[in-house]
Design a protein around this ligand. Structure first.
Ligand code: FES
Length: 127
């Protein structure tokens, strides 16, 4: 949405409703949408898991877990990546990067993105 909101855009909340690392799950028209903010940018997805339709946007939000390798590429353990927040679907635990909408191990499994923008302190989604 690069111009004034149109009839297909839904005002879903105030910018302050989605602080850094936060989330808002709202109904917009016939759909339920999850809006997230990571590193200042908003991301929005339909609240339908690509696995079996669970309410994925209402799952736990956690940092990605990355394996840390030494110079010989041997594992030295695991570390949270705070810059790559993931949503964990509450039904069966499928995990998705909020920035890409993709499952970290199978990028073809992904959330349905929704256009989201904020203007004058209001968040709009276009569906
Ligand atoms: S419905 Fe989301 S992991 Fe199964």
């Amino acid at each position: 949405m690069s111009s004034a909101p149109t009839a297909k855009d839904f005002a879903v909340g105030a910018s302050a409703d989605v602080p850094e690392g936060g989330r808002l799950v709202v109904d917009a028209g016939e759909k339920t949408i999850g809006v997230f903010r990571v590193e200042g940018r908003l991301y929005a997805y339909e609240n339908t898991c690509p696995h079996m339709g669970g309410p994925v946007c209402q799952g736990m939000v956690i940092p990605a877990v990355n394996e840390v390798l030494d110079e010989q590429r041997a594992s030295t353990g695991f570390a949270f990546n705070e810059a790559d927040l993931h949503i964990v679907c509450p039904w069966h635990g499928f995990e998705f990067s909020i920035k890409t909408g993709c499952h970290p191990a199978a990028a073809r499994i992904k959330l349905l993105p929704v256009n989201v923008e904020e203007q004058d302190g209001t968040i709009y989604v276009s569906i």
